[in-house]
Design a protein. Structure first.
Length: 260
């Protein structure tokens, strides 16, 4: 399966994976900054951006395999991976399937638990809403990802996200991702056994990933770091400087530990 991607810069590789309703363009500013030192690979997940749907269900494991096809094409042996939201779920699946390739993992507003029964019911309701009118769903969904205190300040960015999402998302692609998230398995066992260093970036006002979920998972890995900010689910827009600097510092420790 072909996935659209962008390859920028030279050096050690960092792979950036966007979240649900997003595309690789969310990483534009991060890529511009990080590509001065690293090779930055940005990938459109199936049904997002310029990548086509790959079926009725976009399972996290299948999307991980699709990412690996890009990694093989680019002949990259090992890399750090950053996953925002659903991209974090995909990144966890990738790290579990291909641990020898992953030098480090950043869960950017993401976590390792599967959907609870309550969340599964809510996703089923959301699917019915999408079937009725997916554009209305986008209009409501994206603003709710931001902390209330940041919505007015970032109104221009919110409108841009909505407009871009409407340009590529279809009912089929939205539902495929919702079904994939609904069916994903938890990765607690993987987190507790892996030697891969993991960075958690979380928002204290995140309505999608409660901070309590992240703090309980933070103690599982052997090597874990965290950044907790007073933001919602969209750190790359709500706190771009802090989140970028934290990711850059994490990368520097992975790739050049003797320098720090």
């Amino acid at each position: 399966m072909y996935l659209n991607y962008k390859d920028q810069g030279k050096g050690k590789a960092i792979v950036l994976i966007h979240g649900f309703t997003e595309s690789l363009t969310i990483w534009n500013k991060f890529s511009e900054a990080l590509s001065k030192k690293y090779r930055i690979i940005r990938i459109d997940l199936p049904g997002h951006g310029k990548s086509k749907c790959m079926g009725k269900f976009h399972l996290m494991e299948d999307m991980a395999d699709a990412i690996d096809s890009v990694i093989k094409k680019l002949q990259i042996d090992s890399f750090m991976i950053v996953g925002h939201s659903m991209g974090g779920y995909v990144s966890l699946s990738y790290a579990e399937k291909y641990p020898e390739k992953v030098k480090g993992l950043c869960l950017f507003h993401s976590q390792a638990a599967a959907d609870s029964p309550e969340v599964k019911v809510n996703r089923a309701r959301t699917i019915e809403v999408v079937k009725q009118n997916h554009l209305d769903f986008i209009n409501q969904f994206i603003p709710d990802l931001f902390a209330p205190s940041n919505k007015q300040r970032l109104q221009t960015e919110i409108e841009a996200l909505k407009a871009e999402a409407k340009s590529f998302l279809t009912k089929k692609s939205i539902i495929a991702s919702l079904e994939g998230m609904r069916q994903r398995t938890d990765k607690y066992d993987f987190l507790s056994k892996t030697n891969i260093p993991i960075l958690f970036i979380a928002g204290k006002q995140d309505s999608r990933i409660p901070l309590t979920k992240v703090t309980e998972q933070l103690i599982l890995p052997k090597h874990a770091e965290s950044l907790f900010l007073n933001i919602g689910h969209m750190g790359y827009l709500e706190a771009p400087e802090e989140t970028l600097n934290t990711i850059a510092y994490f990368a520097a420790k992975l790739f050049n530990p003797t320098v720090l």
